[in-house]
Design a protein around this ligand. Structure first.
Ligand code: SAM
Ligand code: DTB
Ligand code: SF4
Length: 339
């Protein structure tokens, strides 16, 4: 902070003051990012990249507003998949206690608290490879009841059949979250019990059912720089791009294969958010898991880079999130309005 300050004081006169903004010369058609275009974006000087992301952000979104979403784990642990980052997989011993699907009333009561705490969006997550038919009635009832409270609804339940997607859509589900997590080329390193194509098949079913797509990824899993570019290309080149793009920083969990991964540098994390904003101008870019370990300054950079949603409440699904009072203080300091 001090260094930045001194540099600007001792800097040369503002020769570029009246110079027009840098041309938006790396702005291909939506959904058509080539690798060289995406690489060029990622290698821009950081300040130029953030400026460009902020310009794109302001063209498409209210600059100081951030959507508040709250998560609930409606079914925890014991999952048949082997996602290398996840403490809910039955393949790893992480000490997490598994539980059965919550009843509808308990979910509604949690949604009421979320709404009272300021959330406008409620995301229900289940540790499943896919939902069972016998659970569909309860899941649909949760959606309909939460939606009737005026909350935007999102669920993440694993793979869906076409008829399950249809049912959830008819029940009033606004978004379905189904992350691709990493670049297609990196997928097999992280998960072996399903393929990238399985993921795309469910995403297509979600689209066809009329729901909006929430699809993003995780960084900090030991991926290469090219994988972060590949992740964003795979997302941005979906046609249409997902309306909602959660960007998670890995919450490392002891006992999982990726539990020892090195964290991503906050500047690199903000770079990814900025690139996501530029490559998917209309989407919500959600600053998702990992905020508990992020400084206020790192989060502020992410908002400058175009993040316009966070998860609120002191729990994500099974791991900690910043206290509501800490977020309120950060928003007040930054003049951000949560909505
Ligand atoms: N079982 C469903 C599925 O995987 O699609 C839904 C629940 S799953 C927990 C939802 C998403 O949370 C994952 O796709 C992953 O991106 C994210 N996630 C899980 N564990 C995480 C961790 N330790 N750190 C960061 N993100 C994580
Ligand atoms: C997403 O991309 N991030 C959220 C939401 N979608 C479901 C989940 C983050 C989970 C972090 C680990 C946990 O709390 O269990
Ligand atoms: Fe299961 Fe989802 Fe965790 Fe993978 S991320 S192990 S599918 S709960």
């Amino acid at each position: 902070m001090t260094i930045l300050f001194e540099a600007s004081k001792s800097g040369t006169k503002p020769a570029q003051k009246n110079k027009p903004m840098p041309p938006q010369d790396l702005h291909p058609q939506h959904n058509a990012w080539s690798r060289s275009e995406a690489e060029a974006l990622f290698s821009m000087p950081f300040i130029d990249l953030i400026l460009r992301a902020q310009n794109v952000h302001r063209e498409h979104h209210a600059p100081n507003r951030v959507q508040l979403s709250q998560l609930i784990s409606i079914k925890t642990g014991g999952c048949a998949e082997d996602c290398g980052y996840c403490n809910q997989s039955a393949h790893f011993d992480t000490g997490l206690k598994a539980s059965k699907l919550m009843d509808v009333e308990s979910v509604i009561s949690a949604a009421k608290s979320a709404k009272a705490g300021g959330a406008s969006r409620f995301c229900m997550g289940a540790a499943w490879r896919e939902p069972k038919e016998r659970d569909m009635d309860a899941l649909c009832a949760m959606v309909t009841d939460v939606k009737s409270m005026g909350l935007e609804t999102c669920m993440t339940l694993g793979m869906l059949t076409p008829s399950q997607a249809e049912r959830l859509s008819h029940a009033g589900l606004d978004y379905y979250n189904h992350n691709i997590d990493t670049a297609p080329e990196d997928y097999g390193r992280v998960i072996s019990t399903r393929t990238f194509e399985d993921r795309l098949a469910t995403l297509n079913r979600v689209r066809e059912s009329g729901m909006k797509v929430c699809c993003g990824g995780i960084v900090g899993m030991g991926e290469q720089a090219e994988d972060r570019i590949g992740l964003l290309m795979a997302l941005a080149n979906m046609d249409p791009a997902p309306e909602s793009v959660p960007i998670n920083a890995l919450v490392p969990i002891a006992g999982t294969p990726l539990g020892d991964s090195d964290p991503v540098h906050p500047i690199e994390f903000a770079r990814l958010i900025a690139a996501a904003r530029i490559m998917m101008p209309e989407s919500y870019v959600r600053l998702s898991a990992g905020r508990e370990e992020m400084s206020d300054e790192a989060q502020a950079l992410c908002f400058m880079a175009g993040a316009n949603s966070i998860f609120t409440g002191d729990q994500l699904l099974t791991t900690d999130n910043p206290e509501t009072s800490e977020d309120a203080a950060l928003f007040a300091r930054l003049g951000l309005q949560g909505e």
